[in-house]
Design a protein around this ligand. Structure first.
Ligand code: FES
Ligand SMILES: [Fe+2]
Length: 366
């Protein structure tokens, strides 16, 4: 009697598609990638650094450290927003103290050189010689999108509006303006920025590490949806009409999200401080008629703490030398597939992912 061929041989087209894999572990564990990421990603992409409520009056400033570059943004006496590296051209002193405040004059804290609002040198205190005229603060690009302040360290990157692309249109239906600042939280995690970013890009883990959140939502139906641009995606628990609603996370490459709550919203930033240190920063905003703001923040902070603690554990394990690379779920981890692919293109091909416009994207399987 003849033995039938194996099913796979009889029907080659029915073979399951190959599973996608995560980034190899060295991208999370080997610090030698950090200088490349600084230069090719954080030195080129627009980065959220604060909010216009911090910069209302002439002289108001805020500082941030963008992947190791200390910068400040200030509203000038002419009302214009300008941004500079917070690095004095004399010998590297700081121009404004870290944090936020109001300071009419830009005077270096180290030896007292004074700069105009446009960054030009006005006076080199007690120097003993003329300083060449081209010495001044190093300007950087600044832009505001619907009350959120961004800077970009590269002159080559598209303008903020173009860079945001379809994100702006997708967010248009959701009110942002008018909500007041409520509070900020900052956590320092001992993990690579991508370890947290990967965690943010999927809801697969929600039933396991966020029991409180899982009780409130249909966590197993959490999905990450793309709209033709790999750089940003929308995280939805099921609802019928694809409308943005409380509980939606809007995630934008490489380290920014806007999270929508009942009666308000927050931004979430995972800011690399080095290859194995990442600050997780939440800024909460609510409309005046929201009575549950404190409770919403409490719940959000509980989830953030669960994520931060677990990402530190994952990083410990990535560093241990036993894990190399894993398979990604086509149902839940499609967002990671897109970002990992984009990341490798940026690092190895000089950055086609930075181009603004449509890209092939992966959406969840059923
Ligand atoms: S470093 Fe700024 S004045 Fe000397
Ligand atoms: Fe989480």
């Amino acid at each position: 009697m003849q033995v039938p061929p194996p099913a796979a041989a009889a029907a080659p087209n029915s073979a399951p598609p190959a599973l996608a894999t995560s980034l190899p572990v060295e991208y999370y564990a080997d610090p030698s990638y950090w200088p490349i990421e600084r230069r090719e990603i954080f030195g080129r992409e627009w980065q959220c650094v604060g909010f216009d409520y911090q910069l209302r009056n002439p002289g108001d400033y805020l500082t941030e450290i963008v992947a190791g570059w200390p910068i400040f943004v200030q509203r000038g006496t002419d009302g214009e927003l300008r941004a500079f590296h917070n690095v004095c051209p004399h010998r590297g002193g700081i121009i404004v103290n870290d944090g936020q405040g109001c300071q009419a004059n830009l005077v270096c804290r180290y030896h007292g050189w004074a700069f105009g609002g446009d960054g030009s040198l006005i006076n080199a205190r007690d120097f003993g010689a003329d300083v060449p005229g081209d010495v001044g603060l190093t300007p950087i690009r600044v832009g505001v999108w619907r009350s959120v302040v961004f800077v970009c360290l590269s002159e080559e990157t598209a303008g903020l509006d173009e860079w945001l692309g379809g994100w702006d249109e997708r967010m248009a239906e959701w009110p942002i303006e008018g909500a007041r600042f409520h509070s900020r939280s900052v956590r320092t995690m001992n993990c690579n920025w991508k370890t947290y970013g990967d965690n943010f890009l999927e809801g697969y883990h929600v039933p396991l590490i966020h029991p409180g959140l899982a009780r409130q939502t249909e966590a197993t139906k959490y999905r990450v949806w793309n709209y033709g641009d790999r750089r940003w995606n929308v995280h939805l628990t099921p609802h019928p009409d694809d409308a943005l609603q409380p509980g939606t996370f809007m995630c934008f490459w490489p380290n920014f999200s806007m999270d929508i709550f009942p009666g308000g919203w927050c931004t979430e930033r995972w800011l690399p401080r080095g290859p194995h240190t990442t600050d997780l920063v939440f800024d909460y905003f609510f409309f005046d008629d929201c009575a549950e703001a404190d409770e919403i923040v409490k719940q959000s902070e509980e989830v953030a703490q669960e994520d931060a603690e677990f990402c530190d554990l994952v990083q410990r394990n990535l560093d241990a030398g036993i894990y190399r690379q894993g398979y990604l779920s086509p149902r839940h981890e499609n967002g990671l597939m897109d970002w990992h692919e984009m990341y490798l293109e940026v690092l190895t091909e000089g950055g086609p992912a930075r181009g603004v416009g449509p890209h092939p994207v992966r959406n969840p399987t059923s």
